[in-house]
Design a binder for this molecule. Structure first.
Ligand code: AP5
Length: 184
């Protein structure tokens, strides 16, 4: 099964994506995790992308595609994936559709709908516990703005293709997991 998790920062893409991947027996591929790993490993790519991550801006498409697309194509050939954080814009989705065969594209897209005040609360709570560099109040505001302008249009993009399933993401995590299972 090939799945995309779509949602704002803090909506639970990572939490639910991980669970869903385990349930389906496929890899959980999170573009943000792959990018942060490059920063931690101090690679050339990590050096190029660190500033975008810290500011909550989208990393340029060519850098993201070079890093993420090969992983997605390999997973698609091996039986599927749960993709979290990619595509991040309609432009990325269209480019991925051009570069990858239909057999590697998503079969379902789960959109986790969560009110903004809850997103902010979750991210600030995580900031206190985990200290992610983009979980500061001003960067959270910027990430939510980027989501609205760049990523939310993907909801209509995938709805028009009949792939979208919307799930309320503002419930306890176990209930969200069950709701996702119910729409699949
Ligand atoms: P990315 O890593 O994708 O971060 P994000 O979209 O900001 O999302 P988060 O990881 O903050 O939240 P999430 O929705 O995964 O929720 P989570 O499960 O973690 O991207 C980071 C950056 O990388 C971007 O800003 C950009 O710079 C770059 N980037 C990534 N992909 C890119 C791309 N394709 N193109 C360009 N740039 C890209 O949960 C959040 C918190 O809430 C956790 O503490 C969790 O425990 C808690 N929580 C989750 N669910 C629940 C629940 N149901 N109830 C209570 N608490 C919950």
């Amino acid at each position: 099964m090939r799945m995309v998790m779509l949602g704002a920062p803090g909506s639970g893409k990572g939490t639910q994506g991980q669970r869903l991947a385990e349930r389906l027996g496929v890899p959980h591929i999170a573009s943000g995790d792959l990018l942060r790993a490059q920063v931690r490993a101090r690679t050339e790519l990590g050096r190029l992308v660190a500033g975008y991550l810290d500011k909550g801006r989208l990393v340029p498409d060519e850098l993201v595609f070079d890093l993420v697309l090969p992983v997605v194509l390999t997973a698609a050939e091996a039986g599927g994936y749960v993709l979290d954080g990619f595509p991040r814009s309609v432009a990325q989705a269209v480019k991925a559709e051009e570069l990858a065969p239909d057999s590697a594209g998503p079969e379902r897209v789960i959109f986790l709908a969560v009110p903004e005040e809850l997103l902010v609360r979750r991210l600030l709570e995580r900031a206190a516990a985990a200290g992610r560099s983009d979980d500061t109040p001003s960067v959270i505001t910027d990430r939510l703005r980027v989501f609205e302008s760049e990523t939310r249009p993907l909801v209509d993009h995938y709805r028009a293709r009949g792939l979208l399933r919307e799930v309320a993401g503002d419930l306890p995590a176990d209930e969200v997991t069950e709701a996702i299972a119910a729409v699949l």
